[in-house]
Design a protein around this ligand. Structure first.
Ligand SMILES: Cc1cc2nc3c(=O)[nH]c(=O)nc-3n(C[C@H](O)[C@H](O)[C@H](O)COP(=O)(O)O)c2cc1C
Length: 385
């Protein structure tokens, strides 16, 4: 048996049979002018499916709400949406291309919430959705520069009941579109201080109504989104990405203890989540070292929720994402052996790879044959190879 026997084991997530434990991470690429994926996007995903990625999670896809996407502080633009004839036709074609080579694909439903810089995106006039009218603390450890802080620090109108209802039904419409087009699962972006996370995190949610205050109240928005998506998704598995860290504050936490994480994930599991994707910069950093000196966030997610989980962060590479953004490249690493061992011991179920799969579309087949993979460089973000 190969040394990497565990990552090549199939896994059944509900009725979805996933052939191995490699998930392609959601990665915004910006090749979808006016929200419509260009032809190259289909080739890009098909190539990874052809080379045996178990499940592709697409780049963040803006839900059907005018303030869903824009520049979230890093100069990003041209992200796709999942509504309107042009975008839906393009996504249908992408799904068909991935299926034609035996792959599986889930869209990552995304609303940038407070991080969307006002005046950007497909509908620049739409006011960004901030639960409490604030972007978040502007003194956190963050990759954003002082210019952006100045731009986003002025308070805006907190979200109204109507805004809350509108964004929930936008998640629902986009999920219904995903189901209709033939996607295999739904992934929800609930991390990094985007909209759902901004309700959970006390740094962005200062509300005193039923959407703020206690942890259960701060979870209410996520619960309503998950229930709305569940109602229109039939038997499609729903994957929820969460994070402790925020783009606006790397040191932030939504759960100060395993007990709080258990409450968050348990509440979302009860609402309809089938698998948790624990977003970290380094997959094996112990999440609560005072309680366990080696258990990763994905490990805690699985243990506390009873649901399968996905680990992410620097798998296959020797630098984490922000170190490689700062220094421009990242060599390969054989940490997949450690990941394989953690999967075999049941710590988590899937390994999610971001930059390694941008660098090398053949990553899965090469690793299976013990052939060296390409290293990552920032230049690779400029094209859709
Ligand atoms: C170019 C790029 C775009 C990204 N866009 C998204 C995104 O749209 N949604 C998301 O949840 N994470 C996004 N991420 C984070 C990745 O999903 C992943 O968590 C991160 O890159 C760490 O994995 P890695 O070390 O394997 O690259 C992005 C990362 C990169 C490199």
């Amino acid at each position: 048996m190969s040394k990497l026997s565990s990552i090549f084991q199939p896994f059944s997530l509900g009725e979805l049979d996933i052939p191995n434990r490699i998930v392609m991470a959601p990665m915004t690429r910006g090749f979808s002018p006016n929200g419509v994926p260009s032809d190259g996007v289909a080739d890009y995903y098909r190539r990874r499916a052809e080379h045996n990625v178990g499940l592709i999670v697409t780049e963040g896809v803006g839900i059907d709400h005018p303030a869903a996407i824009g520049d979230s502080g890093l100069g990003d633009s041209n992200q796709p949406v999942l509504h309107g004839e042009g975008a839906l036709n393009a996504w249908r074609n992408i799904v068909e291309e991935v299926h034609a080579v035996g792959g599986l694909i889930a869209p990552q439903l995304w609303h940038q919430g407070p991080l969307r810089v006002n005046g950007t995106g497909l509908y620049p006039e739409a006011i960004s959705c901030r639960p409490s009218g604030i972007w978040g603390p502007t003194n956190g450890s963050t990759p954003f520069g002082a210019g952006l802080m100045e731009q986003v620090s002025a308070p805006t109108r907190p979200m109204s009941e109507e805004d809350i209802a509108d964004t929930i039904s936008a998640f629902e419409r986009s999920a219904a579109n995903a189901k209709h087009i033939g996607f295999d699962a739904i992934a929800i972006h609930g991390a990094h201080s985007y909209l759902i996370d901004a309700f959970i995190w006390e740094g962005t949610n200062k509300r005193s109504d039923r959407w703020g205050g206690s942890l259960q109240n701060r979870l209410r928005y996520g619960v309503e989104v998950i229930k709305a998506i569940r109602a229109v998704s039939g038997n499609l598995p729903i994957i929820y990405r969460f994070s402790q860290w925020k783009q606006s504050d790397f040191d932030a936490k939504i759960a100060a203890s395993p007990a709080e994480l258990e409450e968050i994930l348990g509440t979302f599991a009860d609402a309809g989540i089938d698998m948790f994707d624990a977003s970290t910069r380094r997959y094996k950093t112990p999440a609560f070292p005072d309680f366990d000196t080696s258990l990763s966030l994905a490990g805690w997610a699985k243990k506390l929720s009873g649901k399968p989980s996905i680990a992410v962060g620097g798998i296959g590479l020797n630098k984490d994402i922000y170190t490689s953004f700062a220094t421009g490249d990242s060599a390969t690493s054989d940490n997949i052996n450690d990941v394989n061992e953690r999967i075999s011991k049941g710590e988590f179920d899937f390994a999610c790879l971001g930059r390694a799969l941008i660098a090398d579309p053949e990553w899965v087949t090469k690793v299976g044959r013990n052939v060296p993979c390409q290293s990552f460089s920032m230049e690779q973000l400029g094209s859709l190879y």
